[in-house]
Design a protein around this ligand. Structure first.
Ligand SMILES: [Cu+2]
Length: 689
């Protein structure tokens, strides 16, 4: 529903600029008519109709914002009310108090003060343009006193200039009526000047948006301490040694924050990144990039407590690759982010990751070099952590399946693993089945299971406490997210499918490996915040937080980003690399509030930490404790989450719709005094997004 208010605002703002443009024109014509006995009545009437239409539209915009305030909350409108409202409300009042009565007087034969008719109307036009600019291209998001004064200030300056200019014009016109040719010339001249200014502004901004050849990933210029103690973050700068370090706190390089470098690993794997043609179920061939020539890559199955060693060898992925352990809280140096925790591994090179796993659950690995391209091309695989000493037993069916979207010349092809057609599996009735559903695509996927009651046993690898039986739920999983679904195989077939997608992709489980697909036709969207039953959680209503952050997600309708013009995705009104850096200290208990005011859903993924969901839309969660690494936030939603800052390093916090991440929606969590020797950009070859 939030999208509707968003659309109304967009359309009303466009209409406002259009209507006040026409009204400004009518007021101008009135000025000429009044000076030389023209059709005063006609232009006065048109100008007054325009004013009424413009004022009604302005009120509509305001009511729309009040409704958003009432239905969604203060954080959804605070910038509109504190920054955008004044730049329209002030001139709107001026027009009603000054222009309108003068137009009426002129209409009934009184001599009109032309300047006080035209200047307010033209100021209102500038106000609406400024408002549209702010909402569409430079959203204030987190309004501050500077923003609430600077824009009305700009408007005031414009009003003064317009007043002075109109005074001069009226005097001039009064003495000499310009002919049509002169007026046209003038109009064209003004339009040409405005166009030149706009075009040079655009060209400059496009060039300025280009990332430098080398840059640091973490933004040191916009640091958010979350209301906690501010401390010297100078040591964050590359090399650390150049800048003073807070006393008693030696700078630590990311490169030192490794897992155990010695010791015999409990599990050892080698992954070869290489180009490989993949044959889908239908016979269609895909030019994929794979680990070990398969899609998804080989399942890495380990036990909690294991020392895991994975050697990554790049055979022929020209841009380089890395391995990121999505959902696993590894030491920072093992996190696999090119340009922040390591350099991309180039063809012919290798890199070894070593870490101890201290958790269980369904996770996955993927490249974090050019991830918006490489994940889509297939550089992904399952990373499954079983409890200590547990094996995948023969009596249960433990099946991981990846939902994926392939970009092909014929358009997007959705698959479950490498199957773009229906799959069938024979399962003996009575078998315990665990399906580990992974969404490796950027788009949110809705899984359904039909033919049996089932439970969602875990989300993002974290167990749900006392999950209840489900039958007709739509399991929405955002990009990067995972659900574990369990059921006991019945006598009759069970169908796993993707809801409402134009595809036959799915799996039919039956006792003889036959049977027709019967996907769920209708269901209700599963809500993890009210599923299962409450259980003790490390964070509750009484938790005292050391730092609290507010992150507002917006779209910028058009913007310039790294030398290209596109629709962008902003955090607190900024796109990477200008997004804020969240600074914490080891041991902090941190609360973060996410507010999604955009048209799209965003699966926000924080590396290296687990997010405990506290509240959704202001209401405490009512089911099982909900611990996530990828939080799917729909338009109009607000989530409050908590995490313990217990894993020092520099960590990405980004949208796992990886196109969104590569168009601005990327930021970082940084611990005090952690530095990185790695950089991004053309020369370094590191491009994490
Ligand atoms: Cu997103």
């Amino acid at each position: 529903m939030f999208e509707l208010f968003n659309a109304v605002e967009f359309l009303v703002l466009l209409a406002l600029v259009f209507v006040w443009g026409l009204t400004g024109f009518a007021a101008n014509r009135f000025k000429y008519a009044a000076c030389h006995n023209g059709n005063v009545k006609r232009w006065s009437r048109l100008a007054r109709i325009g004013i009424w239409a413009g004022e009604v539209l302005f009120c509509l915009w305001f009511v729309n914002m009040l409704l958003v305030l009432w239905l969604f909350g203060w954080l959804f409108v605070w910038d509109r009310l504190l920054v955008v409202l004044p730049v329209m409300a002030l001139p709107a009042l001026w027009v009603m108090r000054t222009s309108m009565p003068k137009l009426k007087q002129a209409d009934s034969g009184h001599p009109a003060s032309l300047v006080s008719i035209v200047a307010p109307i033209h100021t209102m036009l500038i106000g609406t343009m400024l408002a549209a600019y702010l909402v569409m291209f430079a959203v204030p998001a987190i309004p501050d006193a500077t923003e609430s004064t600077i824009y009305p200030g700009i408007l005031l300056a414009c009003a003064g200039l317009l007043w002075w200019y109109q005074q001069r014009r009226v005097e001039k016109i009064f003495h000499r009526q310009p002919g049509l040719a002169a007026r046209l010339l003038r109009g064209t001249g003004i339009a040409a000047v405005l166009l030149t200014v706009a075009l040079s502004g655009y060209t400059w901004s496009l060039a300025a948006s280009k990332f430098p050849d080398t840059m640091e990933m973490v933004n040191h210029d916009a640091v958010d301490f979350g209301g906690g103690t501010a401390f010297a973050h100078a040591s964050l700068h590359q090399g650390g040694g150049h800048s003073p370090v807070t006393q008693g706190n030696e700078a630590v390089s990311v490169a030192e924050l490794t897992g155990p470098r010695t010791g015999v690993p409990d599990k050892r794997f080698t992954l070869h990144a290489k180009k490989q043609q993949i044959r889908l179920g239908s016979g269609r061939m895909i030019e994929a990039w794979t680990f070990n020539g398969q899609f998804p890559g080989p399942p890495l199955v380990v036990n909690k407590g294991d020392l895991v060693e994975v050697k990554l060898v790049n055979i022929d992925i020209n841009q380089g690759v890395t391995l990121h352990w999505h959902g696993v809280d590894v030491p920072n140096a093992e996190d696999g982010v090119a340009g922040m925790t390591q350099d991309a591994v180039m063809p012919g090179e290798s890199h070894t990751y070593r870490f101890v796993v201290n958790e269980t659950g369904s996770h996955w690995y993927h490249s974090h070099q050019l991830s918006s391209i490489q994940v889509q091309k297939g550089l992904v695989g399952p990373f499954i952590i079983l409890p200590e000493n547990q094996k995948r037993s023969g009596s249960t069916l433990d099946l991981t399946t990846f939902a994926h979207d392939w970009a092909t010349p014929e358009g997007t092809v959705t698959t479950l693993d490498a199957a773009d057609t229906l799959q069938r599996k024979a399962v003996k009735p009575g078998t315990e089945v665990r399906l580990r559903l992974v969404n490796a695509s950027s788009e949110t996927k809705m899984f359904t299971l039909n033919g049996t009651a089932y439970k969602v046993a875990a989300i993002d690898g974290n167990d749900i406490h006392e999950p209840g039986a489900l039958t007709d739920s739509l399991l929405r999983i955002g990009g990067g997210g995972r659900f574990d679904v369990i059921f006991t195989m019945p006598e009759t077939p069970v169908t796993l499918a993707l809801y409402d997608e134009n595809t036959e992709v799915g799996i039919v489980f039956s006792k003889d490996g036959q049977g027709k697909a019967e996907p769920l036709k209708k269901g209700t969207v599963f809500d993890p915040t009210s599923y299962g039953t409450p259980a003790p959680s490390p964070f509750g209503p009484l938790t005292v937080f050391d730092r609290q952050f507010t992150l507002i997600l917006d779209q910028l309708y058009v913007g310039n980003y790294d030398g290209k013009t596109a629709q962008l995705w902003a955090i607190n009104g900024e796109v990477f690399p200008d997004t804020p850096t969240l600074m914490v200290e080891k041991g902090d208990i941190v609360k973060t509030t996410f507010v999604n005011r955009s048209w799209a859903d965003h699966p926000l993924h924080l590396h290296g930490h687990h997010l405990h969901v506290l509240r959704k839309n202001g209401k405490p969660i009512s089911g099982s404790p909900l611990v996530l690494d990828t939080l799917l936030i729909d338009p109009g939603e607000m989530y409050e989450v908590a995490f313990a800052a217990n894993n020092p390093g520099l960590w990405m916090d980004h949208c796992h719709n990886l196109e969104h991440a590569s168009l601005g929606m990327t930021m970082h969590l940084a611990y005090r005094n952690v530095t990185t020797p790695f950089v991004l950009g053309g020369k370094s070859g590191n491009h994490p997004e």
